[in-house]
Design a protein around this ligand. Structure first.
Ligand SMILES: Cc1cc2nc3c(=O)[nH]c(=O)nc-3n(C[C@H](O)[C@H](O)[C@H](O)COP(=O)(O)OP(=O)(O)OC[C@H]3O[C@@H](n4cnc5c(N)ncnc54)[C@H](O)[C@@H]3O)c2cc1C
Length: 500
């Protein structure tokens, strides 16, 4: 039954496209069998599986080629075994056993990553962290919570809300991502302008190195005691080891919320208003500026001729009022027209809904989102250059954008692109990314704001980092001399050539 449903017309389950990489380093079956026996003894046979259904459920994330192939009846790659550790000690045992046999290991949260980071390119072991989902402690006086890394985002926020707190971190994937995945990918939530990105929220973490060494940092506000090795794990996407737990900042649920929206004739004047209120220390939780096309798509009642800016300010009553007043002044001075709170209410109700993406994929479209970071001086130029580059690829129907996640020094820009390329969707997908990344780099913007690198952005890591990529590679070599952790990701090896 399973074979019938997942094999493609050619009778193959795993795609040829990534096969060169997979065959290159795919682990020896005898070693895997030996690992399965040892891991079953170490963490219990119920927590180890080689069943095809389990291999399939952890073999891909939300990377568009993976979605396209899945709809065609195949998958990008398959692990050879999946394990579900229940504790940090279990993770240490599993990694030690894999490292002794030099088996590839790919950590897996909920597979919501958008760049292929969780695809077990070389087979081997997937470590699925979902059974590590406990809240270890909540400290209301210190405003800290300690959780295991496999805890689902929505469960995390609900647990905090029950005690009168919020975690302040709401990625659109809240319901299908884990705390460990957020840390591993340097995630950013929709309320980040007030609460910060995940690196501003995390206070300490616990992680396991490939040889089974467990280390953790302390839950103190700060310490001047040398470099912090735990911070290396932020954005490491499973290439250095496995994050098993973290302590994060929490906030009392806000006393007051102020919702407001404004439209502008063009994006530049809205960006100027935001730049000014950020400069004067205002930090609304939500600041989202949509181009005219996205305004028309998401808020049809506003038409598609003007750009809408939506704002949500929250916190203690008096502070919310004062902040809102300063923000409004800058917006009106820059030509904004007040369109009331109801558009923000509409956004709040729909902010986790991405059903349109599934519909478009099923209709044969190639859809992706590309988020980058620009400073104020090149924020608009980056948007128009990337839009032009994407629309220049034959088959592209839409390349629209919005700005969110504001900083005193700049913004995150989030482009959505949809195309109907005809038969070779993967070739089209590669063209899209090449066009977008080239335009972004030419403008001097950074190639990712929060989705990370995975497999997909690896080809541009050298352009982005220069000599710093070599520093990362050396750290990788020191922490993971056998190269077992998530091979083929972050631009550490040559496999990235697949995309360019
Ligand atoms: C619809 C949608 C909306 C999204 N919205 C946002 C958004 O608003 N903001 C945002 O930042 N991102 C967003 N993302 C991207 C994605 O949800 C995030 O990158 C998220 O942090 C991934 O979490 P995960 O648990 O699903 O990780 P996975 O996809 O399972 O893994 C991602 C990477 O991290 C590694 N990893 C996972 N867990 C661990 C661990 N415990 N230790 C070490 N490595 C680990 C994996 O090996 C992989 O390389 C979105 C994705 C989708 C599909």
């Amino acid at each position: 039954m399973l074979k019938k449903t997942v094999r493609n017309a050619g009778g193959e389950l795993v795609r040829k496209d990534l096969n060169a990489i997979i065959q290159d380093g795919k682990a020896d079956h005898k070693l895997v069998a030996d690992f399965v026996r040892a891991a079953s003894e170490a963490i219990g046979p119920d927590n180890v599986s080689t069943e095809q259904a389990d291999l399939l459920s952890t073999c891909r994330d939300y990377w568009p080629p993976g979605n396209i192939w899945m709809l065609e009846g195949s998958v990008p790659a398959l692990p050879q075994v999946v394990v579900w550790p229940k504790s940090t000690a279990d993770v240490a045992k599993v990694l030690r056993l894999a490292n002794e046999r030099k088996l590839p290991v790919t950590p897996f949260g909920e597979g919501s990553g958008a760049l292929g980071g969780a695809i077990p390119l070389r087979g081997g072991v997937v470590v699925d962290l979902k059974k590590m989902n406990r809240v270890r402690s909540l400290e209301p006086v210190n405003l800290l919570v300690s959780v295991e890394s496999g805890l689902n985002g929505a469960r995390y926020e609900e647990a905090l809300n029950r005690s009168g707190f919020t975690g302040g971190h709401f990625p659109q994937s809240l319901r299908c991502s884990t705390v460990g995945g957020w840390l591993a990918c340097r995630a950013a939530g929709q309320f980040s302008t007030r609460y910060g990105k995940i690196e501003d929220i995390v206070v300490s973490l616990e992680a396991v190195l490939p040889d089974g060494t467990v280390f953790s940092s302390r839950d103190v506000p700060r310490a001047s005691t040398g470099p912090r090795p735990d911070l290396l794990f932020l954005g490491s996407e499973g290439t250095f080891g496995i994050i098993t737990a973290a302590t994060l900042r929490i906030w009392p649920l806000p006393e007051k919320r102020h919702l407001a929206s404004f439209t502008f004739a063009e994006m530049e004047s809205a960006l100027e208003a935001i730049r000014l209120f950020m400069r004067y220390g205002c930090r609304p939780a939500v600041v989202r500026l949509y181009d005219a096309q996205e305004t028309g798509n998401h808020f049809p009642e506003l038409g598609d001729k003007r750009c809408v800016l939506i704002l949500l300010v929250e916190g203690a009553g008096g502070i919310v009022e004062a902040e809102s007043e300063i923000i409004t002044r800058h917006i009106l001075d820059n030509g904004g027209i007040d369109t009331g709170p109801e558009h923000v209410e509409h956004w709040l109700e729909n902010r986790f809904n991405i059903s349109v993406a599934s519909i478009l994929f099923q209709k044969g479209a190639v859809l992706d989102t590309i988020e980058v970071t620009a400073n104020w001086h090149n924020a608009y130029q980056t948007y128009s250059a990337m839009q032009e580059a994407l629309l220049g690829v034959e088959g592209t129907m839409l390349a629209s954008g919005h700005y969110s996640h504001m900083y005193p020094e700049g913004v995150a820009l989030y482009i959505t692109t949809v195309g109907f390329p005809g038969s070779d969707k993967i070739a089209y997908f590669k063209q899209l990314w090449n066009a977008a990344m080239e335009a972004c780099l030419k403008c001097g913007a950074a190639i990712s704001h929060h989705h990370g690198v995975g497999l997909n952005r690896a080809p541009w890591m050298a352009d982005e980092h220069g000599a710093a990529l070599e520093v990362m590679r050396r750290i990788k070599g020191a922490l993971d001399p056998n190269g077992i952790m998530n091979p083929g990701k972050l631009g550490f090896t040559e496999v990235e050539k697949w995309l360019k």
